[in-house]
Design a protein around this ligand. Structure first.
Ligand code: GZL
Length: 379
């Protein structure tokens, strides 16, 4: 018998933040807060404030649960521990779904193994948890186990990466990965024009094969590359890890010596590895180098490299989904219907103050020049 909260306050701030600009394009808009005219530090602070408001509102409700003795058991099947982004994502959930907030979090690190992740979800069904959270390692192969969750009467909330072969889940909270890829392409086009760079020869270090983040970023960037006639010399899997990024970049430095002037890393940890490989191969990169280096995630360490000029531009993917997942759960507990899609707010970070915005999918989106305050405010 599932434990139900006896008394649940509706969250005071039922906000699912959808930014009109900065990388979010949503088919489900409940709150539209544009950050187009505020600095990133202010916006990061306002995002933090929104997150805090969401957390406080939901925590008030869940604190009632704790006080009344009702505890919600949450099963969370996490991708793994491959990157700084993943650590921030895990920390977000472990900070929100605590005993004092009225939760019992059953956390499984699936170590980037899809079979382990499917079995972790089956384990949650056997445990008869109240809710299941999944960050899907890959986007397919989910309908069978999601049907088992549905048959067991356990609501599923998907975060971050998407599930593309089943809709048997209540809500998805995450980012538009294709928009991130498009933004990287549009920035590169505008940047190259300003710098008078005509020939663009790109090497891509992709994320994990089959991950929707990889698929979206690859498709988005390639759309601009095809439109602009750029050459993508190669595109290989670096598995979202620093070791993977270094290994692929070492191979690229041998195979494409002197042929490339742009490297796209699909997350910061790959970029850290690629920097080591290029340094060892005597290839200069960044604002003062021969190779333009672009990354995704914009974790704190990534923004430090943007500040130093080692990374030219970093396209954020926001890992702090847990407060919005808690709002979904509290809505369900109160008998409400949560949004099916909740898009996180994101920013595009650059080193040089030579371009104020780019146009992505017809929307003008602000670029944020990184300073120490921006780094300090990051996740
Ligand atoms: C994107 C997320 C990706 C990050 C990587 O939402 O799934 O996985 O970009 C992480 O850092 O490994």
């Amino acid at each position: 018998m599932k434990k139900k909260l006896v008394s649940v306050l509706m969250c005071a701030a039922m906000t699912a933040t959808v930014l009109a600009g900065c990388g979010s394009s949503s088919t489900t808009t409940t709150t539209d807060t544009s950050s187009a005219d505020t600095s990133a530090a202010d916006t990061s602070a306002s995002n933090a404030a929104e997150t805090t408001a969401a957390t406080e509102a939901a925590a008030d409700a869940s604190a009632d649960a704790s006080a009344s003795g009702d505890v919600l058991t949450i099963g969370f099947a996490q991708v793994g521990h491959e990157s700084d982004w993943r650590t921030a994502s895990t920390n977000s959930c472990q900070t929100v779904f605590t005993a004092e907030n009225g939760y019992d979090l059953q956390f499984v690190d699936c170590d980037n193994d899809s079979a382990v992740q499917i079995e972790a979800v089956r384990g949650f069904i056997e445990q008869d948890v109240d809710y299941i959270i999944i960050d899907p390692i890959v986007s397919t192969g989910w309908d069978t186990v999601l049907t088992e969750c549905e048959d067991a009467g356990i609501p599923v909330i998907v975060i971050d990466r998407t599930i593309d072969d089943s809709d048997k889940y209540v809500s998805w909270v995450g980012s538009n990965f294709k928009t991130e890829g498009l933004a990287a392409g549009e920035w590169l086009k505008a940047y190259a024009e300003l710098k008078g760079i005509e020939d663009i020869n790109v090497l891509v270090i992709e994320g994990s094969t089959g991950a929707s983040a990889t698929i979206g970023r690859t498709d988005g960037f390639k759309e601009i590359a095809d439109r602009e006639g750029w050459t993508i010399l190669d595109s290989q899997n670096g598995d979202f890890t620093q070791a993977g990024g270094q290994e692929v970049m070492e191979s690229y430095c041998k195979s494409y010596e002197g042929q490339f002037n742009v490297v796209i890393c699909q997350n910061d940890n790959e970029a850290f590895g690629a920097m080591d490989a290029m340094k060892n191969a005597g290839v200069s990169y960044g604002v003062d180098g021969d190779v333009i280096l672009v990354s995704f995630d914009a974790c704190t360490a990534g923004l430090e490299y943007v500040l130093s000029g080692d990374i030219n531009a970093d396209f954020e993917c926001n890992p702090l989904a847990a407060p919005f997942v808690e709002e979904v759960i509290q809505t369900l507990e109160a008998g409400g219907t949560p949004e099916k899609e909740v898009y996180m707010s994101e920013h595009w970070f650059v080193n040089e103050d030579i371009l104020s915005s780019i146009t992505v999918d017809g929307e003008e989106q602000e670029l944020t020049v990184v300073d120490q305050a921006v780094v300090d405010a990051q996740y």
